[in-house]
Ligand binder design. Sequence first.
Ligand code: CLF
Ligand code: SF4
Length: 287
Amino acid sequence: LKSGLSSEVQQKTLKHPCYNKEAHDNARIHLPVAPKCNIKCKFCNRKFDCQNESRPGVTSNLLTPQKALETFDYYNEQVDNLTVMGIAGPGDALANFNKTKKTVELIKEKYPEVAICLSTNGLMLPIYAKELKELGITHLTVTINAVDPDIGEKIYDSIYYNGKLITGRNAAKILLDNQLEGLAKLKEMDIMCKVNIVAIKGVNDGHVKEIVKKVKSLGVTFTNIMSLIPVAGTEFENHEKLTEGELKAIRKSCEKLVTQMYHCRQCRADAVGKLGEDKDSEKRKIS
Ligand code: CLF
Ligand code: SF4
């Protein structure tokens, strides 16, 4: 755990199945209220859910904040121990800030005991950090795939920032600066943070440890290193995946620096249930 967390956030972390593998009987629900994204990862096919947090290959039915609350009400009856509400796309939680904010307000008001978890690429993190705390976010994931813009440029195509489309190394540099500035702001806040890293063979797999070192210096105590899942219609569609053994070796090599997540199930942006479970996913599938 990060130091200086309130007992409320500590207690909610104990009941969060992503942050605590012992909490495998606790369930999370992802409410897909965030359709837009403000960056373009080269491995992303925007027809699918955000691969920074979610498994691609399926798309989520979008919900309005009011519908999201109704969905939570419904699954709260159907699923035991529903202790976490997450917004993980299908785009970026902070690129749809008004929808994210409204959804969080509705859930918090009715279910104050539930942990509120967001996932973001971090581009808008410096701008919204303070507001996230005021909103009552308890858990936040930032996906950082490079801490060197020369490597970032191979992974990120472009960003849409301050009304402008920015490409190439400059885009990767602005994204990185904002991710790091955002994490630095969160360091002093009562929010438990995690950094996700999508490891891509031959591109950033040898650089993962550098990323972990850097985010550790900004107070991050927990990282989730995942393997790229190649997606059709992207630059990486035929890219060789890391083997289980290679992924495990990278995680192990970073374990001395910060705690590693070994139980990520790369869920979709509308997953419901215990980790690895996807209750009613067929019913909710739209494509
Ligand atoms: Fe969702 Fe992510 Fe919150 Fe968990 S998922 S927003 S931290 S509540 Fe969990 Fe799923 Fe892995 Fe994500 S297993 S993909 S780490
Ligand atoms: Fe796609 Fe997620 Fe990257 Fe946005 S942040 S481009 S949704 S993978």
